[in-house]
Write a protein that binds this ligand. Structure first.
Ligand code: LMR
Length: 330
């Protein structure tokens, strides 16, 4: 009897030990600053599903939306420290990291269409820009889309003269600073998570963003006017901590790359639809006057804003701007 109970105890111990040593999942903390119900938020959730399935549970993705973990500037620092493993910051937010070239995406009217944009992000220019992140301990995996931006304020913004003296929130981009100053406005950099309150309290008078960001942050509730100007673009780079990424088992890295490709295809398929739906929802909410610029008015905006390209050549690189203009004209 004694031998039997010893054997039972030993096999139980062996079972616990083997469970304890069973591979703990590799955790990817994916932090971002927008609501889940946005193109980027939906794509982060989709990547989570795809990655956990593709790796058969060896990887667990924890998504932290809406600046829950970190807000704008903090998130890039957290990634470099390895406190989070994945982000998808706006392309307008890499300047402070020292990779100023990404601000080329902020140039007003640089992309005539989404196709022109994709020719850049999916081609050698886009790949070359992501490569520049490696020196900062970051690996760029993909570009995710959002959309062309509208302007909002508590007064109608139809002509450049209407911007005079308006305090407008921008992302941390020198190109966006130059853009707003070219319109006669006073730009103010604020973290995305602070924009609603700044609009509500009058710290700033207005801002710019694609409709999906405006609607999901309820900015339309504190902005009386929206101008559908499509004067600039907002998109993302999906990035990981390089040391973490290079340290993954090769098969797991390959499975994650496949999941990222699928999530990227999904994200680009929903971005425009989400923005169209958000603009409709803002209209339906009835608190905001929506005005779409005429061709004549757009021509006036372009006259004032296109000189920002030349003004920013030293910061971004004349050749890069030229290469994107050439690609966009195809
Ligand atoms: C903003 O700060 O306005 C945007 O970059 C937020 C986002 O991630 O879309």
């Amino acid at each position: 009897m004694k031998l039997k109970s010893i054997l039972v105890a030993l096999s139980a111990a062996a079972c616990i030990t083997s469970n304890a040593f069973a591979q703990a999942p590799i955790v990817i903390k994916f932090s971002h600053v927008v609501a889940t119900d946005t193109p980027k938020g939906q794509a982060a959730e989709r990547f989570k599903q795809l990655a956990e399935k593709a790796t058969n549970g060896r990887v667990k993705v924890e998504v932290y939306p809406n600046s829950q973990l970190y807000k704008d500037k903090e998130e890039l620092e957290a990634l470099q420290l390895g406190a989070v493993q994945m982000l998808a910051p706006s392309l307008a937010k890499f300047g402070p990291l020292g990779v100023k070239e990404f601000e080329v995406f902020d140039l007003p009217y640089i992309f005539p269409t989404k196709t022109a944009l994709y020719n850049v992000t999916e081609g050698p220019i886009g790949k070359g820009l992501l490569k520049k992140l490696e020196g900062k301990g970051i690996t760029g995996l993909a570009y995710w889309d959002n959309g062309f931006k509208v302007m909002s304020a508590n007064k109608p913004l139809k002509m450049p003269a209407d911007f005079k003296g308006q305090k407008l929130r921008i992302q941390s981009s020198k190109v966006l600073d130059a853009q707003m100053r070219a319109l006669g406005a006073n730009p103010q950099v604020l973290a995305f998570s602070e924009v609603y309150q700044a609009l509500q309290t009058g710290v700033v008078d207005g801002t710019e963003n694609p409709p999906s960001n405006m609607y999901t942050q309820k900015m339309h509730e504190v902005q009386k006017h929206v101008t559908v100007s499509n004067h600039g673009y907002l998109g993302y780079a999906v990035i990981v901590n390089k040391k973490f990424w290079d340290g993954l088992p090769a098969d797991v890295r390959g499975q994650l790359e496949g999941a990222m490709r699928e999530a990227t295809t999904y994200e680009k398929a929903i971005a425009q639809r989400d923005n169209d739906m958000a603009l409709e929802a803002i209209k339906k909410a009835g608190k905001t006057q929506i005005y779409t610029l005429s061709a004549q008015e757009t021509a006036e905006w372009r006259k004032v804003l296109l000189p920002v390209h030349k003004q920013m050549e030293d910061r971004i690189g004349k050749d890069l701007i030229g290469a994107i203009n050439k690609e966009s004209a195809k």
